[in-house]
Write a protein that binds this ligand. Structure first.
Ligand code: HEC
Ligand code: HEC
Length: 223
């Protein structure tokens, strides 16, 4: 009997210690998922992969970007901050080539933003290999981005003055804080996994693997 009580005590203490160490002031993903659903985020974003949009009609029916690989694409501190103060990323309205981004994305309070970011960071894609791309301003990447390929024709990027580039793609200004460098490379080299339907051209076959890595490192260093 005593032994049983002792064991029970040890177990209880163990659980209590576990509970304390598991919650150092961070939200948990389940609470984040509840906040995601409760705030209507799922009306415009889907969070389970693989990609569901298979035709242009499917893509046009989407009200917001897919988030099923958000944990591989974004950097957690950026995500938590952006959810509280969502400044436009695409200069044009989602799925439009003519209208400006209205800049009316819903925002979350600090607590919900932390919980939702925690949840979104659990949504990862296993095609994204970690530790391949180191952000770096490099001449080869710069050549690909601004001359060899038309990247800059569709994407805004930082320059000495402020920024330049086209507006049809998402802005890449601030990519060093927003995007995971390894995701950029995975996105360029295995585009169809993430975007079966897309406006951006596929560069596999046009760019060598080395060039893709160089341009990924270059984009990943954009301030
Ligand atoms: C009415 C539709 C709508 C709702 C509701 C909505 N979003 Fe969005 N979301 C969008 C659109 C459109 C964009 C693209 C914004 C841009 O490019 O500036 C976006 C962008 C995002 C992004 C960046 C994705 C990327 O690939 O660039 C995240 C993260 C995000 N939303 C999370 C949320 C969360 C969390 C909620 C709930 C609080 C939410 N959204 C509610 C439409 C919506
Ligand atoms: C014809 C226009 C066009 C060209 C050229 C282009 N892109 Fe894109 N890019 C887009 C669009 C549009 C998207 C958004 C996804 C989609 O609809 O395909 C995108 C998405 C991206 C993203 C993800 C950004 C995000 O926040 O989701 C990166 C990174 C990127 N492009 C890098 C490049 C690089 C590097 C090149 C050159 C090798 C390039 N792009 C060339 C139009 C273009």
């Amino acid at each position: 009997m005593r032994l049983v009580m002792r064991l029970a005590n040890i177990l209880l203490i163990g659980m209590a210690v576990g509970a304390v160490s598991a919650a150092p002031g961070r939200a948990d993903p389940a609470a984040g998922q509840a906040a995601f659903d409760g705030n209507g985020c799922a009306d415009c974003h889907y969070t389970e992969g693989p990609a569901r949009e298979l035709t242009i009609a499917d893509q046009l029916a989407k009200k917001g970007p897919e988030l099923w690989y958000a944990g591989s694409k974004f950097q957690a501190p950026w995500l938590e901050q952006w959810l509280q103060d969502p400044k436009p990323i695409r200069s044009l309205k989602y799925n439009s080539l003519t209208e400006d981004n209205p800049g009316d994305h819903p925002s979350l309070g600090e607590g919900d933003a932390a919980a939702v970011a925690e949840f979104l960071m659990t949504l990862t894609s296993d095609v994204v290999e970690a530790g391949v791309i180191k952000p770096k301003r490099n001449p080869k990447g710069r050549l690909v981005f601004t001359k060899k390929m038309p990247c800059s024709g569709c994407h805004q990027f930082p320059t000495k003055k402020k920024f330049s580039g086209g507006r049809t793609g998402p802005s890449l200004v601030g990519a060093s804080e927003r995007l995971n460098p390894d995701w950029i490379y995975a996105y360029l080299s295995q585009t169809a996994m993430f975007k079966p339907v897309r406006m951006m051209p596929v560069f596999t076959g046009l760019l060598s693997d080395k060039d893709m890595q160089a341009v990924s490192a270059y984009v990943a260093n954009f301030k």
